[in-house]
Ligand binder design. Structure first.
Ligand code: FE2
Length: 392
């Protein structure tokens, strides 16, 4: 019997999300949320940038108000590494915390999930690579994203770099879904324009890949399409005016919707390929996704025309005449490409820093990434190599 990631037969679907608290000032709920999850001493996973932006101080204030003790762990870099996670696990166990709170982008969030996994299940992270390998329940987790892109606050994914193999491991398990996601659009104000652009394109990749995924359902489609509409309506404004509260609010909602969609419908070849480059070059995940996405869409086009039509309808007014003639699916690909260029994403993988001689190995490695299983069109190593070369 064919099984999808998550272990479901192809004709059965499940849909899971954490409790979601959304809105301006929602960070104030972090103490009460952690206490309600059963915490007495909280392990706060974050990074230096978030500390400097002042968000951790605010979070600690609310944790203290809720009567909670805490320990801070901030030795996390962009594209979190297995070695950083190992350090975090030792720190977590030493400090006798009983819950985790992540404040930051995808790196602190995925690291908190990985630390929680090893602290309660033991072994090495590599033991949990793939789908549904986590056996024992994790401690309570509350995640507060500071970017509009990762979706980790609602997802069953943790993506961690294996420093020896120099690739990103996808760990996928329902156990990784946090107990509570707190989304406060105010936290987006302190992001740089470049980070806003890259994380926004990551969210768009989540939305498009999950919408055309083999595991997509009507429940995930609603969220994916809503995310696509919001991103095309707000990402440029959010990048060019970082203080535009309306655009930031809508991008936070878009990222949340895209996260719910991809957590349940999984992703596709774009993420399977991006993970390989991120692991090798330590590039920004969103920028790599932005470069690859139009090429992956082009590869998927023959089996996705109707869905791409639907994506185009979220982006543009489609005239009566166009509707009558039908098939404006290529418009969706052009629009994604133009958006990436307009907000300053890189044109090619060569610009990202990739060397042509790495492409063969990366293509082989992408075949082992769990995200490839749900790509709507079967992709061989040769197909993947061709996509890499087109994006080069
Ligand atoms: Fe992503």
């Amino acid at each position: 019997m064919n099984l999808l990631p998550g272990g479901c037969p192809v004709n059965i679907r499940k849909f899971v999300t954490p409790e979601i608290i959304f809105g301006q000032g929602a960070l104030s709920q972090i103490g009460e949320s952690a206490a309600r999850s059963g915490a007495s001493k909280v392990f706060v996973v974050t990074d230096q940038g978030i500390i400097e932006a002042g968000w951790v101080d605010r979070a600690l204030y609310y944790l203290r108000n809720a009567g909670l003790e805490y320990e801070i762990f901030s030795s996390i870099t962009s594209n979190p590494k297995d070695l950083e996670v190992a350090e975090g696990v030792a720190h977590y166990l030493r400090s006798r915390c009983d819950a985790l709170v992540a404040v930051g982008g995808g790196s602190p969030a995925d690291s908190a999930k990985a630390i929680a996994t090893l602290a309660t299940n033991g072994g090495e992270l590599q033991d949990y690579e793939g789908v549904n390998k986590i056996r024992h329940p994790l401690p309570p987790m509350v995640i507060v994203p500071s970017t509009a892109g990762t979706g980790s606050e609602v997802s069953q994914f943790a993506i961690i770099v294996d420093h020896q193999r120099r690739l990103k491991m996808s760990i996928i398990s329902k156990s990784l879904i946090p107990d509570i996601a707190i989304i406060d659009p105010e936290l987006l104000n302190t992001k740089s324009p470049r980070l806003a652009a890259a994380t926004g394109m990551d969210a768009l990749s989540h939305a498009i890949e999950s919408y055309v995924s083999l595991a997509a359902t009507p429940l995930t489609d609603i969220h994916a399409l809503s995310a696509i509409r919001l991103i095309f309506g707000n990402l440029k404004r959010s990048v060019f005016d970082r203080q535009d509260a309306g655009a930031n609010h809508n991008m936070a909602m878009a990222s949340l919707n895209a996260g719910i969609a991809f957590s349940n419908a999984i992703l596709g070849a774009g993420h399977a390929m991006t993970h390989q480059i991120d692991g090798l070059l330590d590039t920004h995940h969103g920028e790599t996704n932005a470069t690859l996405l139009p090429h992956v869409m082009e590869f998927n086009l023959p089996v996705c025309r109707q869905k791409f039509d639907q994506i185009a309808r979220q982006i543009d007014e489609i005239s009566h005449e166009q509707e009558r003639k039908g098939d404006f699916s290529e418009r969706a690909i052009e629009a994604v490409s133009s958006l990436a260029m307009e907000i300053g994403m890189r044109k090619s993988l060569a610009d990202v820093g990739l060397k042509k001689e790495s492409i063969k190995t990366l293509s082989q490695n992408a075949l082992n990434d769990a995200c490839l299983v749900t790509n709507p069109r079967d992709a061989s190593a040769e197909d993947i190599e061709k996509m890499f070369l087109k994006a080069f």
